[in-house]
Ligand binder design. Sequence first.
Ligand SMILES: [Zn+2]
Length: 280
Amino acid sequence: MALFPAVAYLQPPALAAPTLPPGVDLLLQAYPRHLKGYADNRIIWKDGTTMQYDDGLLKTEDQTFDSTDLEDQINGLLYTPGMPLDTPTYNCDPGTFRCQEFFLKMYGTSEAEVRRHLVPVVWPDKKSGQTKRIWVTSINGVHRHLQAVANELAKRPHLRKYVTDIGGTFNWRPIMGTNRMSPHSFGIAIDINTANSEYWKWDHRETWQLDSVEMNLQWRNSVPLEIIEIFEYHGFIWGGKWYHYDTMHFEYRPELLPPPPKAIEKKAGRKTPVKGSAKL
Ligand SMILES: [Zn+2]
């Protein structure tokens, strides 16, 4: 009589792992200190609160800007690292769909609350060897990521004209002409040198509100790829990727910039972003 291995009968059938909706894994990986899971269309925060992931609504682009859910934030517009291969298509501003509820909860619901988490980063300043302090949030280690950017930039004097006399970091304010808070409000954004970069509204100071102007923007950029790559490597997206170009602007958005695979990282000779406290 043939004996079947007992194990074949004792093992229960394997349960299929629950599949997460697209983008949820990127969000959970990007903010592990704050988010712990997902269930029933809701992101679960470590403090036990939950937030709707997908509102399930079909929205126009303008409606999405005014009512961005977490799913829009991740999947709404694809952010591709590096220099755009072509000028951005009309109204395509990847990274500008921001779920306001998410950023307020993560970084602070008032100016005073955000300010409580601001810490200095030593930034390369105008003259060789000199530095100055700039302030960003310590939440999610943004200060450490920006310090790593600063350390890389400090080693490259040929980039100095782009990174000295910066436009600013923290500024609690709505985006001009909207009731949405600027990412600068949360201490996660930096504008580098304004004189050596471009902003579509400054290129059309008197006329930017005209539809005929806004619909026919000519993308411009003078920020070198080397700077963009350094920021992106440390989790900051670039505003030069937008149809509404803002080439001085970088903001910490790791959910849109998943870490490079280990093999590629090794080949490029990079080390993982700085862990531990910054040298201030
Ligand atoms: Zn900015």
